[in-house]
Design a protein around this ligand. Sequence first.
Ligand SMILES: C[S@@+](CC[C@H](N)C(=O)[O-])C[C@H]1O[C@@H](n2cnc3c(N)ncnc32)[C@H](O)[C@@H]1O
Length: 299
Amino acid sequence: MSPAGRDAPAASVAAQAALPGFDARRFKAMERAGFNRIAARYADGAHLRAELATALLDAAALAPGQRVLDLASGPGLLAGEAARRVAPGGSVLATDIAEAMLAEGARRCGARADAPCFAAADAERLCLADACVDRVLAGLALFIFPHPEQALAEMHRVLAPGGRLALSVWGVREAVPLIHCAQDTIARLLPPPKVVRPSVFRFGEPAVLAAALAAAGFDDIDIRPCAFSCHFDTAEACWQAFLDLAGGAAEALGRLPQTTRDALQAAVADELEPHRCKDGRGGYLLPALTLVASARRRG
Ligand SMILES: C[S@@+](CC[C@H](N)C(=O)[O-])C[C@H]1O[C@@H](n2cnc3c(N)ncnc32)[C@H](O)[C@@H]1O
């Protein structure tokens, strides 16, 4: 049993790559299976992160006529809005490792004339020509890649000189109860994982993210916090929102017996107690800090 969803501590990126027992192929397969499993629910929950999506799209400074790659696009929510912003004359390619995410995106975009193209691709190895896009978007994805430096090198390679990357990552752990409450519950109830996972908070410090972008060759790096909160009526709804967001965790927990899953769902209420909503609505208000970065490939 490997309770994914429990992270290794957010150490330096280099230290993450050297996590003892880290199996990049197995980890990637788990993420892919998980995001395939949750595709429709992930898309349904996107409204919870609408502010973040807008901040990322604004940071990308999209304009009509641009060619855009939305990397690890999930159900193409950023891609769909980007397509509107680059019309007329622009184009958007939405790629992801999880085919069900892409199918969900294609279904939701329907027959829109400006709909993005959807294609399966591993962000660490893109089948795209050098310098073929003007913008790269990567929402809540960099920390998922086993080799983020490889993915950043690919983003840099496919961007035309002067082109821009805009991405978002989770902030530091303590600032994201939306995720860490569920992770703490998993750590409290389940044995330590056999396979350690890189932390989803590993780029949560602006200096770490800036260093990774600079190391990939980007300049004009701008990193801003984007904070938002999600309200849930019940602890069960908080737990479900975590499962609908975290592919690898959903996959690992989905393989556990139903009784264990029920116990986890019931136990999360303890971790959520400090986040009881105090404005009369009842339920829980969970803050989430993210970072939105934009950076340029030198001209
Ligand atoms: C948290 S979701 C983010 C989706 C979307 N970008 C957004 O902002 O809502 C992470 C996405 O990364 C995808 N993913 C994970 N590993 C990947 C890889 N190696 N290459 C491409 N996509 C990957 C997952 O399938 C999932 O759709």
